[in-house]
Design a protein around this ligand. Structure first.
Ligand code: PEP
Ligand code: MN
Length: 353
């Protein structure tokens, strides 16, 4: 059944409703894309179809995407279902071809966003064309690089931009394929409140079994939408087979999500009171940190006078383990205490050098 076309630009201007983007990692064949897209359109939950036409592969000689041949299929199924479609572009040639087939939106992949030259070439190719562009986070956890891509696109006159959080490469990413580092999209939001952020749980997770909990976490952190790779027969997928789910599984995942409101007048008062308490605690923390730093500097002077090394490894090991133990008793995770005191200790060392 043909539906009212979903208006992506309107959504970007007012991203209240949770946006769901789904479709295969790669468009592989007409049949695979049509079967998947028709099933996705049946549930009415998916608003935009995705499909990779050009695939950035880590090593050569794998499936590198169907290329231009797939674009008319996307156009055709989009017309049939009323779902707008989007694909990844990495070069000005991709942009030109995608526009020739009246693509509804584009996304720039994580590897491309990592390279300002490439982003600038795309921004130049798109200059004056107000098509919605979704920008994935760069592979490295660098908010400035991510923001820089938005700045380059805005300077080319693109006014409808969306961020896609897809996690970050990290040797300690397990159980994820790409470590979520939720604080990074939160920081992007703090620095530019006008950019809606959606979460690509497929590339964060890299496997099916943690998709549900990761989608819920993204919603709990007020994401504006989800991108989820969906394939009619994931086991046979030519790319990212381990992380794709069927349209049926997608429906169950979406049906099981608890969708929150970001604001509610009933809770505003209660929240305000608790936020005041948090603000007071933060003030106190800052004052305590300043006092601690002053003492560190005094210790530094004594060490210099007595020709002692700044780093005293035994002392550092003993304070860290005793703090971790104290934290545990108070219900604080070892990782939290470790991270915080590593930063504090580094500052203390810097002051003494
Ligand atoms: C993709 O969405 O299929 C893709 C290649 O994503 P990323 O750029 O996040 O790796
Ligand atoms: Mn993929």
């Amino acid at each position: 059944m043909k539906k009212e076309n979903f208006d992506i630009k309107k959504w970007i201007e007012n991203p209240d409703e949770l946006l769901v983007i789904a479709g295969p990692c790669s468009v592989e064949s007409r049949d695979q894309f049509f079967v998947t897209a028709r099933k996705l359109s049946d549930s009415h939950q998916v608003k935009i179809l995705r499909g990779g036409i050009w695939k950035p592969r880590t090593r050569p000689n794998g499936f590198e995407g169907i290329g231009e041949e797939g674009l008319p299929w996307m156009r055709e199924i989009s017309k049939e279902t009323g779902l707008p479609f989007m694909t990844e572009v990495a070069t000005p040639e991709h942009v030109e071809l995608a526009l020739r087939y009246n693509i509804d939106a584009l996304w720039i992949g994580a590897r491309t966003v990592a390279n300002p030259f490439s982003v600038q070439q795309l921004a130049d190719a798109l200059s004056g064309i107000d098509i919605p562009v979704f920008v994935k986070n760069p592979i490295a956890p660098d908010v400035k690089l991510w923001l820089g891509a938005f700045e380059r696109l805005s300077s080319s006159g693109l006014n409808h931009l969306v961020a896609i959080h897809r996690g970050f490469q990290d040797v300690n990413a397990a159980p994820y394929r790409n470590k979520p580092r939720w604080e990074i999209p939160i920081e992007l939001h703090r620095q530019n409140k006008n950019i809606p952020i959606i979460t690509d749980i497929s590339h964060i997770c890299g496997c099916r079994d943690i998709l549900q909990q990761t989608a819920q976490k993204a919603l709990d952190l007020a994401t504006n939408g989800l991108m989820i790779e969906t394939h009619c027969n994931p086991q046979t997928a030519l790319t990212d087979a381990e992380q794709q789910i069927t349209p049926y599984e997608l429906k169950s995942l979406l049906d099981n999500l608890v969708i929150h409101k970001t604001r509610s007048t009933n809770t505003d008062f209660l929240l305000q009171e608790l936020r005041n308490q948090i603000d007071n605690i933060d003030d106190e923390l800052i004052r305590l940190l300043a006092r601690r730093s002053e003492i560190s500097s005094k210790i530094g002077i004594i060490k210099k006078e007595h020709n002692l090394t700044v780093l005293q490894l035994d002392r550092w090991n003993s304070i860290l383990s005793s703090h971790i133990e104290k934290g545990k008793i108070l219900g604080l995770k070892e990782e939290l205490i470790k991270d915080i005191f590593e930063i504090i200790h580094k500052d203390s060392i810097d002051r003494q050098l």
